[in-house]
Design a protein around this ligand. Structure first.
Ligand code: NAD
Length: 354
């Protein structure tokens, strides 16, 4: 394994803001992107943290990502909103489109929102958190396109789609934090293969196959040799991935990853979001008590390993935020790539080191 450095979250926020601003973003946009990336690191998802900056800079320079875009409301049917992200930073246009959908859902009780043609949305749980912060339940189906596929279908030895994430989010109560399932439909996120590759470590068994369809733990097969990630949960995860593609990609109008659509080497996300106010369905105090009792019951199960208690989705991210509050480790290779990305935009390495 290569070495790593530990940075205060504020330092990484400064690094990300500086690089994104050097790429032409207004300060407000660079702040949103930086906050999103560093929160991903804090939440334990380095795959979607500051290590994405080199890819963003590559896409900026290739004119596949454009700073300072706002989401365009393509269709407004009251409770159905269709947005185009105009290839802007996903973290920024995603947050803005979500806020419009949230405002509408708080007034009407229910909104179906789609957002197509946005550059990488990042950690989808961020949008689930945005919804639950306003007391709404949200469900997100996302496809990833505009590049060659790298996840194989169940029974397949060749890639046919990407890591197509899904997120389901339930608001907190006074004593139970929000429950948020936020996951790639591949066995692991592609960024985790990048992080393992940069750090010189293997990926967990069952995550990858090589170009011949044989199992491997070597993250290099995805970078060098035409290997593929596998869907989680065999045919079931594969089926969910198909629906992330159909709901997020097709029904947003953005398109699936089928080869008739463009593949310009960027990262385009399309997302379908269902947002609703649970208070329109059940009485609030009853729901809170029911959620607390249910989670308590689930967590009361005897653990198979005493060191690994039963958790609910969202707990690992909360625990990571506590553990990483004072320092986030970045491997040397990823750090060097980040500094090089800054340099490519005219930012001195020394300006990012301090
Ligand atoms: P993961 O496997 O680490 O976690 C997935 C989910 O499982 C999380 O909700 C987590 O809280 C939950 N979880 C983990 N351990 C648990 C336990 N012991 N008990 C109960 N719940 C548990 O995440 P991942 O699938 O590697 O995805 C990482 C990130 O990548 C996500 O934030 C996702 O949105 C993001 N992603 C983004 C894109 C994109 O194109 N924008 C694509 C793929 C993934």
């Amino acid at each position: 394994m290569t070495g790593h450095r530990v940075f205060a979250p504020d330092h990484l926020r400064r690094v990300a803001t500086t690089i994104v601003e050097a790429g032409g973003s207004e300060p407000a946009e660079s702040q949103v992107v930086a906050d999103h990336l560093v929160l991903a690191n804090l939440s334990g998802h380095d795959s979607h943290g500051v290590g994405m900056l080199p890819a963003y800079v590559r896409n900026l320079k290739a004119e596949l990502l454009f700073p300072n875009r706002t989401p365009e409301l393509a269709t407004d049917h009251g409770s159905i909103l269709v947005f185009d992200g105009c290839r802007g930073y996903g973290q920024a246009v995603g947050k803005m489109a979500m806020q419009q959908a949230i405002d509408r859902a708080k007034a009407s009780g229910l909104v179906l929102m789609t957002l197509r043609n946005t550059h990488h949305l990042g950690r989808i749980g961020t949008y689930g958190e945005q919804a639950v912060a306003e007391g709404l339940v949200s469900m997100h189906f996302v496809n990833v396109a505009d590049h060659n596929p790298y996840v194989a279908p169940f029974r397949g030895a060749e890639a046919r789609f990407s890591t197509n994430p899904i997120c389901l989010a339930m608001p907190s109560t006074d004593s139970q934090p929000q429950v948020i399932l936020d996951m790639a439909t591949s066995k692991i996120a592609a960024g985790k293969v990048r992080v393992a590759f940069n750090a010189g470590v293997e990926v967990p068994p069952g995550s990858l196959i090589d170009a011949d369809g044989q199992p491997t733990n070597d993250p290099g097969v995805l970078h060098r040799e035409g290997g593929s990630l596998l869907p989680f949960g065999e045919h079931k995860g594969y089926g969910l991935s198909i629906f992330a593609e159909l709901l997020g990609g097709m029904l947003s109008g953005g398109g699936t990853i089928q080869p008739g659509n463009p593949r310009s080497g960027s990262i385009i996300n399309c997302m379908l979001v269902l947002l609703f106010d649970p208070r329109r369905l059940v009485e609030h105090d009853w729901m809170s008590a029911e959620l607390e009792a249910y989670v308590d019951y689930v967590k009361s199960a005897k653990a198979t390993n005493a060191d690994e208690p039963v958790l609910v989705p969202g707990d690992p991210e909360r625990l990571a935020r506590e553990a990483r509050a004072d320092g986030i480790a970045v491997d040397e290779e990823s750090w060097d790539q980040i500094l090089a990305a800054g340099e490519a935009l005219g930012v001195e390495r020394s300006a990012l080191e301090g």
